[in-house]
Design a protein around this ligand. Structure first.
Ligand code: DUR
Ligand code: ZN
Length: 164
């Protein structure tokens, strides 16, 4: 279902996504990602990336946020915002694109904020055609596979959290 979002909703969405960076657990990458999703009923639900000593076990901000929205009973969404500290703004990784797509249409807008608060907006359809990130996702998938099949099962002692 297509939705329009008001200027006021966009302001709140961006503020909440940017503020949510402060809630990230990212001691390994130090790469903070905040996200906020606006539900069809007008609620704002936030999340951030939650990392793990075993890298693939960690979760991106987008999936934390949408997971929280889903378990709160929401199924229909107006827009998603994702905020990082880098420039240009980052777009959702391949796994997140797939995760977002489960609950949204190709025209669903994703607002991406850089470290200075500037944004670009793309529909899910447009995000899906970022071939560079598809390549990156393929590469990361291989790393995930190697880790989950070969490294993590046989060397769990290596994947203890580091003392901060
Ligand atoms: O769109 C993205 C890209 C990366 N990350 C997280 C995963 C990991 O914790 C860190 C570095 O990749 O950033 C997200 O949350 N969302
Ligand atoms: Zn992701």
């Amino acid at each position: 279902m297509a939705h329009t979002i008001t200027a006021q909703e966009l302001t709140t969405l961006s503020t909440k996504a940017i503020d949510a960076k402060a809630t990230a657990y990212c001691p390994y990458s130090k790469f903070r990602v905040g996200a906020c999703i606006l539900t069809a009923s007008g609620e704002f639900i936030t999340g951030a990336n939650v990392e793990n000593a075993s890298y693939p076990v960690g979760t991106c901000a987008e999936r934390v946020t949408i997971g929280a929205a889903i378990v709160a009973g929401h199924r229909d969404f107006k827009a998603l915002a994702v905020a990082t500290d880098i420039k240009p703004a980052a777009s959702p990784c391949g796994m997140c694109r797939q995760f977002i797509r489960e609950f949204t249409s190709p025209s669903f807008p994703v607002y991406m904020y850089d470290g200075e608060g500037n944004h670009k907006v793309m529909t899910m359809e447009e995000v899906g055609f970022l071939s560079f990130f598809s390549f990156l996702f393929g590469y990361i998938s291989v790393l995930y596979l190697v880790d989950s099949l070969l490294i993590s099962p046989v060397a769990p002692r290596l994947f203890r959290p580091q003392p901060s």
